[in-house]
Design a protein around this ligand. Structure first.
Ligand SMILES: Nc1ncnc2c1ncn2[C@@H]1O[C@H](COP(=O)(O)OP(=O)(O)OP(=O)(O)O)[C@@H](O)[C@H]1O
Length: 463
């Protein structure tokens, strides 16, 4: 799972900036900037001194605003703060290394795994961060079995599926699991492309022995996108020998591909048959519930409090690819924080409308209840509860009235939502109808709430 954060807004902004200025300019000015986060819709950047602050205001403000606009900010705002000298020192590349922990070298190497054991693994791609659903449960179970008994359960494990569905994540998860339990084991993750490049370099530099030592001495070899072996005869030949060496020594091999071995064209048949020796398992596109669960986990990891119905809207919008799903969540988070508006389905729909086909936001009963509750400044449960004082009864009647007007729900359904029968709802609706135009406060509330439910104007955004 990719972790999204305010840091990622900054990463996106930097990406935009980098595409629009020279490398030298970028390194001189932007590399030392510290991202201080988004505060009340404004991106706050820490710079070294007042000279830099002025320079940014004069030369880069527009560029930064454009970058924020590309992320959905309607009225982009950037502000600069001069960092105190100490904080600035923390930005300099010449940082001294952290003080030694006081333990001896041997103690340290006993306690911690070898430094490079997981160097090729993404720290976020663990089993804990992997949401299991009907689309991937077989691949997940196989990966777990392999992680528990490497070289014994299924060898090789061959995972295939479309882009962005978690193949790399699962492979790395096995690596982390193994690294934790057997810190002395050697783990190597490589894309087929890097394997090919390493081979080409080894041939060119006359370093084939090192190349072979490197790949044939590992305990776990993870090779991504093996379909790219197609048509590369020399690489296939070398991989064949690597495979055999590892296999004979009961070392675990995991391969990923966008298709099963039988569909990889121009793959030598001796390799194809080896790929079929172990277990072949696939990952499909996640269904709705799994997509929501992935978004939820992502939001929780980042301590972003985002209502369930907003996550559901995003999950309806992006169906085929988890990388895109995470990108969509990132867009919504960026959009809400840059425009300084709370998360709502309307805000999410707006944030995604430039990227995906606009979706009509259907108003749900819970949306109306939440808006009414926030308007009257009381918890939704109190409005739905049994209280009979006027302060609660009026909001409850307004909520029932608006639900009837803005959704397709029947009187009995609305009644059920409020734990009452349909005649109570009918009474509430006629009561509000009667008061409209007479009771100024109630009329204003209904008008404001109706507008809020129908569009974004009251959330501070242009529709
Ligand atoms: N089941 C899942 N639970 C949580 N996050 C997931 C899950 N599946 C995929 N992801 C996340 O989706 C993103 C894409 O996954 P990954 O890179 O593993 O896909 P892939 O199938 O290897 O794609 P490609 O074929 O493009 O290499 C990653 O950020 C990953 O963490």
């Amino acid at each position: 799972m990719r972790v999204i954060s305010q840091g990622e807004i900054w990463a996106d902004v930097l990406g935009y900036v980098r595409r629009n200025i020279s490398e030298v300019e970028y390194h001189t000015w932007f590399a030392p900037v510290k991202n201080l986060g988004v505060q009340e819709g404004s991106l706050v950047l820490g710079v070294r001194n007042s000279f830099a602050q002025e320079w940014f205001r004069k030369h880069y403000l527009e560029l930064l605003e454009d970058a924020l606009r590309s992320l959905g900010a309607e009225h982009p705002q950037v502000s600069f703060q001069v960092l105190p000298a100490q904080q600035e020192a923390m930005l300099l590349p010449s940082d001294p290394p952290p003080p030694p922990s006081g333990r001896s070298q041997t103690e340290r190497s006993q306690a911690a795994p070898p430094a490079d054991n997981r160097k090729s693994l993404n720290p976020k791609y663990t089993f804990e961060n992997f949401v299991v659903g009907p689309n991937n449960n077989l691949a997940h179970a196989a990966a777990l079995a392999v992680a528990e008994s490497p070289g014994k359960a299924y060898n090789p494990l061959f995972i295939y599926g479309d882009v962005g569905l978690g193949k790399t994540h699962l492979m790395h998860a096995v690596g982390h699991y193994m690294a934790e339990r057997f810190p002395e084991k050697r783990i190597e993750y490589v894309s087929t492309e890097s394997f090919t490049n390493d081979l080409i370099n080894a041939i060119r530099d006359d370093k084939m022995t090192q190349f072979r030592n490197r790949y044939r001495s590992v305990d776990l070899l993870l090779v991504d996108d093996i379909q790219f072996l197609a048509g590369k005869e020399r690489t296939q030949e070398e991989f064949f020998h690597t495979f055999n060496a590892l296999y004979e020594n009961h070392k675990q091999i995991i391969l990923s591909s966008d298709r099963p071995p039988k569909d990889i064209q121009t793959l030598e048949s001796r390799l194809r048959s080896r790929f079929e020796w172990g277990l072949i398992t696939d990952i499909q596109s996640p269904e709705f519930e799994t997509r929501v669960a992935i978004l939820k986990m992502n939001a929780e990891h980042n301590r972003i409090d985002i209502p369930q119905e907003v996550l559901e809207l995003i999950a309806r919008q992006v169906t085929a690819n988890i990388r895109e799903l995470e990108g969509a969540l990132m867009r919504v988070v960026a959009f809400a924080s840059l425009n300084n508006v709370p998360f709502s389905r309307a805000v999410a729909a707006k944030a995604l409308s430039n990227v995906f086909a606009p979706q009509e936001v259907k108003v749900e009963m819970i949306d109306v209840l939440r808006q009414v509750a926030s308007h009257y400044n009381m918890p939704p449960d109190v409005i739905r509860g049994s209280g009979r004082v006027r302060e609660v009864v009026v909001p409850r009647q307004v909520a029932q009235y608006l639900i009837r007007e803005l959704t397709d729900h029947s009187l009995p359904e609305i009644g059920q939502f409020f734990g009452r029968d349909h005649s109570t709802v009918m009474h509430a609706i006629s009561k509000v109808t009667e008061m409209l135009g007479k009771d100024v406060e109630l009329t204003t509330a209904v008008n404001i709430l109706r507008r809020k439910m129908q569009g974004l104007e009251d959330e501070g955004l242009d529709t």
